[in-house]
Design a binder for this molecule. Structure first.
Ligand SMILES: Cc1cc2nc3c(=O)[nH]c(=O)nc-3n(C[C@H](O)[C@H](O)[C@H](O)COP(=O)(O)OP(=O)(O)OC[C@H]3O[C@@H](n4cnc5c(N)ncnc54)[C@H](O)[C@@H]3O)c2cc1C
Ligand SMILES: NC(=O)c1ccc[n+]([C@@H]2O[C@H](COP(=O)([O-])OP(=O)(O)OC[C@H]3O[C@@H](n4cnc5c(N)ncnc54)[C@H](OP(=O)(O)O)[C@@H]3O)[C@@H](O)[C@H]2O)c1
Length: 280
C-alpha cells in the first residue's frame, strides 16, 4: 500500500513535518510608530495595537525586545494610552545599564517591539468604590498609568473631580505629564469632560518649581490641599491611586491609611489602590 494517501508528493514535500506548533501565549511583534525623547532618562513611544489586545485603562503588560539568543527579554510596563486608543503608548525610563531600556531607548519608527498578550493590574477604576474626588499620586514614570486614565471618559463619568499629582527630581522630568494634560483640552473625546474637572499638581524636589517637595510632605503639611483649595483627605468622598517606587508607595499608602482610607483590589473594591512603577 502506498504511504502517499493524503496528497500528492509535491503537497507533502511543502508541509514542514517537524515545524513546532506556534505558542499561542507568545508575545506578538508590534511596529514602533513614534518615539519622543524628553531627557537623557525619559522617553515615550507608540506601537501598533493588535485587534485582540484588550485592556482596562491603568493596567500594565510585559513588553520587550528579543535577546541575542532570540528569546524574549520582557519587562512590566503600564500602558500609557487609554483603552479606546487604536495604538498603544508607553512612557519609559532609560537605565544606562538596564538590560532592556539600554536597548529600548534606541528604537526608531518601523522597528519591532514584543508585546505580551495578557495585561493586568490594580490601578483600575473597577478596584475603587464610587466617590466624589479621585486622586492619582505619582512620581517619576509612575505617571504612566495615569496618562491612560486621564484620557479615559469613564474617569470623568465616575468622579466629579480628578487631581493628578506628579513629583520628580527635576523640572524637565515633568514635560510628559504637563504636555499631555495641557493638550487634553483639545482632545475630541475627553476635551469637554476634563474642563473644570481635571487638575495636574506638579512638584519638584531637587530644582526650584512652582511647588516644591515630596508628595508625602505636601500631604503631611496640608500644603497640597491648601494649594488646591480642597478639604483634607476624607474616606467618605476621596479615592486614591498611587504609583511610584516601592518606598514612595509605602509612604504614601501610610498617609491614606492614616486618613481612614482602606486598600482596594479588583476582587474587593475600596478607597485606594497601588501599583509599583519599578522594583527599586
Ligand atoms: C507593574 C510595573 C509597571 C511598570 N511600568 C513601567 C513604566 O510604565 N515605565 C517604565 O519606565 N518602567 C516601568 N516599570 C519598570 C520596568 O519594568 C523596568 O524595570 C524598566 O523598564 C527598566 O528595565 P531594564 O531591564 O532596563 O532595567 P531593570 O533591571 O529592570 O532595572 C534596573 C534598575 O533601574 C531602576 N529602575 C527600573 N525602572 C525604573 C523606572 N521606571 N524609574 C526609575 N528607576 C527605574 C531600578 O532601580 C532597577 O533596579 C514597571 C515595573 C512594574 C513592576
Ligand atoms: N541623571 C541621572 O543620572 C539621574 C537623575 C535622577 C535619578 N537618577 C537615578 O534613577 C533612579 C530613579 O530616580 P527617579 O528620580 O526616577 O525616582 P525616585 O528616586 O523615586 O524619585 C522620584 C521622585 O520621588 C520622590 N520620592 C522618592 N522617595 C519618596 C518617598 N519615599 N516618598 C515620597 N516621594 C519620594 C523623589 O524625591 P527626592 O528627590 O526627595 O528623593 C523624587 O522627587 C535613582 O536610582 C536615581 O539615582 C539618575
Amino acid at each position: 500500500m502506498s504511504s502517499d494517501t493524503t496528497g500528492t508528493a509535491a503537497e507533502n514535500a511543502a508541509t514542514p513535518a517537524a515545524a513546532p506548533a506556534p505558542n499561542p501565549n507568545a508575545p506578538t511583534e508590534e511596529t514602533v510608530l513614534a518615539v519622543e525623547h524628553y531627557t537623557d532618562r525619559l522617553f515615550r513611544f507608540r506601537i501598533t495595537r493588535p485587534r485582540s489586545f484588550r485592556f482596562r485603562s491603568g493596567e500594565f503588560v510585559m513588553i520587550g525586545l528579543p535577546k541575542e539568543d532570540g528569546r524574549p527579554l520582557l519587562r512590566a510596563y503600564s500602558v500609557a494610552s487609554p483603552a479606546w486608543d487604536e495604538e498603544l503608548e508607553f512612557y519609559s525610563i532609560k537605565v544606562p545599564d538596564g538590560p532592556l531600556t539600554s536597548r529600548l531607548c534606541n528604537i526608531q519608527p518601523g522597528d519591532k517591539v514584543l508585546l505580551a498578550r495578557k495585561p493586568t493590574g490594580t490601578l483600575v477604576l473597577d478596584a475603587l468604590l464610587p466617590g466624589k474626588r479621585l486622586y492619582m499620586f505619582s512620581t517619576g514614570t509612575g505617571f504612566a498609568p495615569f496618562a491612560s486614565l486621564v484620557r479615559d471618559p469613564d474617569t470623568y463619568e465616575r468622579y466629579e473631580e480628578v487631581i493628578v499629582t506628579h513629583t520628580c527630581r527635576e523640572v524637565a522630568e515633568l514635560t510628559y505629564s504637563r504636555n499631555l494634560v495641557a493638550d487634553l483640552i483639545n482632545d475630541p473625546l475627553v476635551g469637554e469632560m476634563v474642563e473644570g474637572k481635571l487638575r495636574l499638581y506638579t512638584s519638584c524636589t531637587r530644582e526650584p518649581h512652582e511647588h516644591q517637595g515630596r508628595i508625602t510632605d505636601l500631604i503631611d503639611s496640608g500644603q497640597l490641599f491648601r494649594d488646591l483649595g480642597v478639604p483634607p483627605l476624607d474616606p467618605q468622598t476621596d479615592r486614591a491611586m498611587i504609583c511610584g517606587s516601592m518606598v514612595m508607595i509605602q509612604d504614601t499608602k501610610a498617609r491614606m491609611i492614616r486618613a481612614g482610607l482602606t486598600e482596594g483590589s479588583n476582587a474587593a473594591p475600596a478607597e485606594f489602590v497601588i501599583e509599583k512603577a519599578f522594583a527599586g
